[in-house]
Design a protein around this ligand. Structure first.
Ligand code: FE
Length: 357
C-alpha cells in the first residue's frame, strides 16, 4: 500500500485518536519499509578488493544498499538468461567489451537515457545506442601490454603483438588461457586487423613459442618473466601498475627486473578493453540502477577505478594514477566493439584447432 493511499484512507472519516495513532503507525511502517527497500542487486564480474570502497561510498551517499552476486562474465550472462523475467539483477558489471556486446545482443540489458552519462562517458565507450539511450556504458579501460625480460630481449623484439609469434621467441612466451575474455577480445581484434588466415597462423606461432602451458592470471605471467621462466608475457595494464604500487619488496623486485611496453605503437595501436555497466532487462529497482551507473561515472567513482584498481578512467578530465601515468601516453587501437564481439566465436574455433588451451 502506498503512502498516499494510507493518508487518504486515514482521512476517509473524521479521525478519532485511536485511528490516528494506528494510521500514523502504518505510515511509519510504510516509510521504514521503503527505506529498507532501497536495495540494488548487482551482478559483478569485477574481481577487485578495492571495489568494496566504491560500493560503500555509493551506499553512504545514497542510502541504497548493494547486494552483490559475483561470477565471471560468461557465468553472469548465463545466469541472467536462465533467470529470465524472474531475475533479481538490477545492474550488471562486466570486465570485457565483447561480453558487454554479447549481453546486448542477447537482450539482457535495457537502454538508459541519461544526460549525465552522455556527458561523462564518451560515445566511443557506450554500447548499442538507441533512441532510448545506450545499452551499456564503459566506466574504465585497460591496455593489454607486453612485459619482457630486459636481460634477454630488446623492446624492438617484442613491440608488436605480431612479433610474439616470431620463431626467435621459441620457448619464451607466457600467457593466460586463450579462451579467457581478455585474450578472446585481443585475438578478436587481431582477426579484424590481420584477417582469418594470418590470425590463425599467428595463434599457431604463439602456441609454438610458449614457455609453458597457459596457467594462472596475468600477474602470474608477469612474475614468470621476473623469475626467468618466461621471456615475454601479455598482461593487462592494471596488474602491472598494481605491482608498481606495491610496498612488498618482492613485487618491487619484479618491477625492477622486467621491461614494459605498449605494443603496436607504429601500427594500429595497443589493444584496449573496457569494464562497463548496464541496467538489467528485468531490473526491479531501475531508478537506483540508473543512479548507480551515474555514480560510477562521477569523479569520485572514477577516482576509485584509477587509484583503487589502477584502471584508466573514461570520463573526460579524470586522470589515471601516477603509476599508470609514469608508463606514458600511448596510441590505442580503434576496432569497433561489435566486430571484436562478433569475432570471438571464430577465434575460439581457431584456438581449438591450434591447440591454444
Ligand atoms: Fe582482471
Amino acid at each position: 500500500m502506498s503512502l498516499r493511499a494510507l493518508i487518504s484512507l486515514s482521512s476517509l472519516s473524521k479521525p478519532r485518536p485511536l485511528q490516528t495513532v494506528l494510521a500514523l503507525g502504518l505510515i511509519a511502517a510504510a516509510l521504514s519499509a521503503s527505506a529498507q527497500d532501497k536495495v540494488l542487486n548487482l551482478y559483478s564480474a569485477r574481481h577487485y578488493q578495492t571495489d568494496e570502497a566504491l560500493y560503500a561510498d555509493f551506499t553512504k551517499t545514497t542510502g541504497v544498499r548493494i547486494q552483490r552476486v559475483e561470477a565471471d562474465d560468461a557465468g553472469i550472462l548465463a545466469r541472467l538468461k536462465a533467470e529470465g523475467t524472474a531475475s533479481p539483477a538490477d545492474v550488471i558489471l562486466l570486465v570485457d567489451a565483447a561480453r558487454l556486446w554479447r549481453g546486448e545482443q542477447e537482450g539482457l540489458f535495457q537502454p538508459v537515457k541519461s544526460a549525465l552519462l552522455e556527458q561523462r562517458v564518451p560515445a566511443q565507450f557506450r554500447g548499442g545506442e538507441t533512441a532510448q539511450g545506450a545499452q551499456w556504458f564503459g566506466m574504465s579501460t585497460r591496455a593489454r601490454i607486453v612485459i619482457y625480460d630486459k636481460s634477454r630481449l630488446k623492446a624492438s623484439d617484442v613491440d608488436s603483438y605480431e612479433k610474439l609469434s616470431n620463431p626467435a621467441l621459441k620457448g619464451m612466451l607466457c600467457v593466460r588461457s586463450g579462451s579467457h575474455p581478455y585474450n578472446l577480445s585481443l585475438f578478436g581484434s587481431m582477426l579484424e586487423h590481420l584477417g582469418p588466415q594470418a590470425t590463425e597462423n599467428w595463434l599457431k606461432g604463439l602456441v609454438a613459442n610458449m614457455a609453458r602451458a597457459p596457467k594462472g592470471g596475468d600477474t602470474d605471467q608477469i612474475k614468470g618473466v621476473a623469475s626467468g621462466e618466461c621471456g615475454v608475457a601479455i598482461a593487462n595494464s592494471y596488474y602491472f601498475a598494481r605491482l608498481m604500487r606495491s610496498s612488498k619488496p618482492e613485487d618491487q623486485a619484479v618491477v625492477e627486473k622486467v621491461g614494459v611496453l605498449f605494443p603496436n605503437q607504429s601500427s594500429w595501436g595497443t589493444h584496449v578493453n573496457i569494464a562497463g555497466a548496464a541496467v538489467a532487462r528485468n531490473a526491479k529497482n531501475r531508478e537506483a540502477a540508473v543512479q548507480f551507473l551515474e555514480y560510477l561515472a562521477s569523479e569520485s567513482a572514477q577516482r576509485y577505478f584509477a587509484d583503487g584498481n589502477n584502471e584508466y578512467p573514461v570520463a573526460a578530465g579524470s586522470k589515471p594514477n601516477a603509476a599508470l601515468s609514469s608508463l606514458g601516453n600511448f596510441k590505442a587501437e580503434t576496432v569497433p566493439i561489435a566486430k571484436v564481439g562478433a569475432n570471438t566465436a571464430v577465434v575460439q574455433q581457431m584456438l581449438d584447432r591450434v591447440g591454444f588451451k
